[in-house]
Design a protein around this ligand. Structure first.
Ligand code: TYD
Ligand code: MG
Length: 450
């Protein structure tokens, strides 16, 4: 007897009893699709459980073996190399460079002695081979196949016993464990589940590519995030050259760690000193530019925050933000207005982080405010100065974590002064910098602008 079908949000995976235009769980529109239920198979007799072994917290097992790719930007994001028998999801917008990254990584791991199988469900073998030729990887002992049938793939992996399998992409795979169409939540979930449990059982690492989809026509990588050990997102603006690989979740290392790459005609090249590159081409200081010493994972990175302010046409001012949170911009504009008497009403405001980095840290508040006021006043900030600190609603500046590391990176890149909140006692760092500690936003405005 056919069971009722399910209505599943293709964005977050929530199930609903009936179709609706908007998913209550995640708030996305037009993401709910009808799906056949997962077949439960024959022999669903309740079984009596057997006792399981309990053990102490102290384990006698050594750390799981890891392999370094020899690409520092990748190894760092993985938490210190690829862990045996782990499952990794690499998400990102279509065309951002996921296949390129994973083909290059496969070749690297193969050269380190791992047995690597690359399965493409999106491109033909010929296309992948052509890319490999272009990237100069044809000498690497990576085994390649174009396939989408999961049973065939698992049978092949069973026979080949690779150390690493790359699945590009999880949305093209189909498993006969689910009756739904390829790309649907049920299929993506079933395929990811089968691959992950196979990997754990066989001691193989599996990397699954997942496209981020805005339209919700196919299931997004979110539905597999909780199944895997490690979730990496590949970001950056497609027009620009920089690509950032960020660990959103990592069971084997720190989350929020990033690796920086540049997309070139010969594939992705790692960027070992991103601060220098992000600040490159800044030229003479212009109004609206502020240098922010950020912390990404364990690493300090300097970036330029750019603001542009222009008279708005009547009927509503624009607020356009790239690389920062737009609610943060609203808050900072409100504080500037209420606490420092600087209104942006009637002005269009554009805010951007150079290099395509996304900044979440409230430590960027003061640099954002500085860029905004500098743009509004048409006065450039001192070129040799880094700016950071959290702004509270009262207009007070709050100290932020890792002040010392931020200042050290600034010294390393030749900066000579810093605008920052009062430092907590015993905070070190800052040798070689002129430190201007500021209590609040009004003090910052009056001391910085004439
Ligand atoms: P791709 O890895 O196919 O993206 P994804 O798998 O995330 O969809 O890369 C897509 C883009 O990268 C493509 O537009 C061309 C560009 N590219 C380069 O600039 N240089 C290269 O060497 C390669 C292989 C790709
Ligand atoms: Mg691809």
């Amino acid at each position: 007897m056919p069971r009722d079908s399910l209505f599943v949000c293709q964005n977050c995976g929530a199930t609903h009893p009936r179709w609706s235009g908007r998913c209550d769980a995640c708030g996305e529109w037009n993401t709910i699709r009808e799906e056949a239920p997962v077949s439960e198979g024959p022999g669903k007799r309740p079984t009596r459980g057997r006792g399981i072994d309990l053990t102490d917290l102290a384990s006698s097992d050594p750390e799981p073996p890891r392999t370094n790719a020899g690409v520092e930007e990748l190894d760092r994001v993985l938490g210190g190399g690829l862990v045996q028998a782990s499952a990794i999801l690499v998400g990102g917008d279509p065309g951002i460079g996921k296949s390129t990254l994973l083909l290059q990584a496969s070749a690297r791991f193969a050269r380190q002695g791992l047995k690597v199988v690359y399965i493409s469900g999106e491109e033909s073998r010929g296309q992948v081979q052509m890319r490999a030729r272009r990237l100069g990887l044809t000498e690497s002992p990576v085994k390649l196949a174009a396939a989408t049938n999961l049973s065939d793939i698992l049978a092949t992996l069973e026979a080949e016993t690779p150390d690493l399998a790359v699945i590009d992409s999880i949305q093209t795979m189909w498993s006969d464990q689910s009756d739904s169409a390829p790309g649907s939540v049920s299929q993506v979930r079933a395929a990811a589940h089968e691959l992950t449990s196979f990997a754990k059982r066989r001691g193989m690492a599996v990397v699954m590519v997942g496209h981020v989809t805005k339209e919700g026509a196919i299931a997004g990588p979110r539905v597999v995030e909780h199944m895997v050990d490690c979730v990496l997102y590949f970001e950056g603006d497609r027009g620009g050259a920089f690509r950032i690989l960020r660990a959103h979740k990592n069971r084997f290392g720190p989350a929020d760690e990033i690796g920086v790459f540049e997309m070139t005609g010969k594939g992705l090249v790692e960027v070992r000193n991103p601060s220098a590159l992000f600040l490159e081409g800044r030229g003479t200081p212009a109004p609206g530019s502020a240098v922010y010493p950020g912390i990404e994972g364990t690493r300090p990175i300097l970036t330029e925050i750019q603001a542009l302010v222009a008279p708005a046409p009547p009927g509503g001012a624009r607020r356009s933000v790239t690389g920062l949170d737009s609610s943060r911009l609203s808050m900072i504009l409100a504080v500037l207005d209420a606490r420092a008497g600087l209104s942006f009403a009637g002005l269009d405001v554009y805010l951007n982080v150079a290099g395509g980095l996304r900044i979440q840290d409230p430590a960027a508040d003061l640099a954002i405010a500085a860029a905004l006021v500098s743009a509004r006043e048409g006065e450039a900030l001192p070129a040799d100065c880094v700016i950071f600190g959290e702004i509270s609603l009262s207009g007070a500046l709050r100290s932020v974590p890792q002040t010392e590391n931020r200042l050290k990176e600034a010294v390393k890149l030749g900066f000579s002064s810093a605008l920052l909140p009062p430092r907590p006692r015993r905070a070190g760092g800052g040798a070689g910098l002129e430190l201007k500690e500021l209590d609040d936003v009004p003090t910052f405005v009056s001391r910085t602008f004439t």
